[in-house]
Design a protein around this ligand. Sequence first.
Ligand SMILES: [Zn+2]
Length: 419
Amino acid sequence: MRASTLLNSLLGLSGVRAGKTAVCDGELRVTVSLRRRRLCCPQCSFSTGHRYDTREVDSSWRHLDMGGRICRILLRRRRLRCPDHGVLAEGVPFARPDSRHTRDFEDLVAWLVTKADKTTVSSFARVAWRTVGAICERVVADVLDPDRLCGLVDIGVDEISWRKHHRYLTLVSDHDSGTIVWGKPGKDTDTLGAFFDELPDGGASLEAVSMDMGPAYAKAVRERAPAAVICFDPFHVVKVVTDALEAVRRQVWQAARTLPDQRIAKTFKGARWALLKNPADLTDTQAQTLREMKRNGGILWRAYQLKEALREVFAGDLDTATVAELLNRWCARAQRSRIPEFIKAGRTIRKHRAGIDAALERGLSNGRHEGLNTKVRLLIRRAYGFHSAKAALALILLACGPVTLKLPYHTGGHPHSCQ
Ligand SMILES: [Zn+2]
């Protein structure tokens, strides 16, 4: 086999011919030329046989490593004039527009970042974390199923904080497929309004939308899809009560801080997860904290018991009528608790009762939603440090959206072997 044939086969880049090869600063640099004579616009499908001028643009792309070395593809690009995009350097078949990486390299990074943490991705691929964010954005634009917003029936809307200081994303999930189909920075009525703008049928197929008990999303649904039933799923009902419990814990902790014995305050400060986690998931230390709290009794222990009682209402495999009855009893109990946060939580639940019952009747269960939510939260932590909300959103859609990510080695015959 000739060396040039071998090199072309190793690179695996379509539409180019490998030329001069050099090792520079430890990197393998391969100069290539395009096989096609026509010039293509990188932004659209326009192509032409005419160069705009004789100038050539020196360009380089990072490709998959070869033998452990960073590999760069070098090419002098000609210029063309596109009627829509003006004068620009021609597009290449092996890279997405405006990228300094080949498509294969980007696909590898996108696959990896949905499976592994930040440090693993950055050190394995040898790219800055910001670059990973930009790669996610480009890949998701390419692989997201364009039909994902057609014929949606049951959907869920959620807000999630993607960064400190109240930076939020609104996410829409499809309850049938268990995937996230849409997202946008922000969390108000207009944010969700933009989702309805993008729906091909304007929301005519929607039957139910589940959400939290805040007013913003409900308003958008009432305005844009008035036929859809607004549901408050168990996940969000329990959240109202875990928020109440957290408010009580913070008050108890603040009060304990003024005491001479600082150890007590420390116990309450560290108790957050012990109180919020399901009892079955507690670590030994957290279980110990909880036992201490039980011994001391007091308002926080009563609040904890109320939270657990509500969680159990939805945790069991009970029929709708039983759950409804247990919920009535829970609200009465909260009313009598003499804990202001829980009296308020009971009132909130009662006020939104029609939507809660609607969720129960439609079987919008906890398990699946919680699973998706846990996954999103894990990814959001990974997206900390991305430069933009769009990049964080792109990562979530790559990992939880209706997409099939392929490793570059598997684009041929084995689409499923890389899952
Ligand atoms: Zn163009």
